[in-house]
Design a protein around this ligand. Sequence first.
Ligand SMILES: Cc1cc2nc3c(=O)[nH]c(=O)nc-3n(C[C@H](O)[C@H](O)[C@H](O)COP(=O)(O)O)c2cc1C
Length: 201
Amino acid sequence: MILKPFMREGLFPLPVTFISTMSPDGVRNVAPWSCIMPVLRPLDLICLASAKKRDTLANIRATNQFVVNMAGAQMQDKVIPTAKNVPPEIDEFELAGLDEKPSHVVSPPGVAGCYAWMECECVQLYEEDKHVLITGKVLHLEVRDDVLDGEGNLDVAKAKPLIMTGKKGVMNYCTAVDLGSQESFAAMFTDGADPFGGKYR
Ligand SMILES: Cc1cc2nc3c(=O)[nH]c(=O)nc-3n(C[C@H](O)[C@H](O)[C@H](O)COP(=O)(O)O)c2cc1C
């Protein structure tokens, strides 16, 4: 079947994160965000795509700070309440019934109940006609201990990362399943040595 190009996310499962920001006046804002990706390995950058009319973007422009909150499946009922287009004076934590997870190095709080938090500082805005790409440096990265396995890695069965695929006119929520198989990053390199291997120790 041939699909319309804009339907690519029907084939491309996306994480559902929440971006929390704060206005210069201290109004807390939260919005679901799926167009997000890490920038290469082992860089500490993360990239978000934003439409032009977003309070999130306005807050990042004004304060340079944001938190990427990684949501588990149990947060799915918070997606629509935080996606509503409300005026910037509205506290969206209150609106959506979310509690704060205090941040360590940035002003905007994280969202309690998420399984991981990336406190970020904006490093660059790439302005285009209809969108802006935001890159942020992850200053503080934290994960709930109860979603880790015995070796300190994410246990997806515990975290149940919230994912969505676009269906015709709907967001289809799903989560990740661990296939139980692993391969070393080092296997990508002809000499079998991961140049970044030392960074994980
Ligand atoms: C699951 C989901 C993912 C979204 N991802 C993005 C995104 O990546 N970029 C974006 O600009 N808007 C995205 N949106 C739309 C914003 O969340 C929505 O417009 C929200 O009202 C923006 O809030 P704000 O104006 O307070 O920033 C998404 C919405 C949903 C429901």
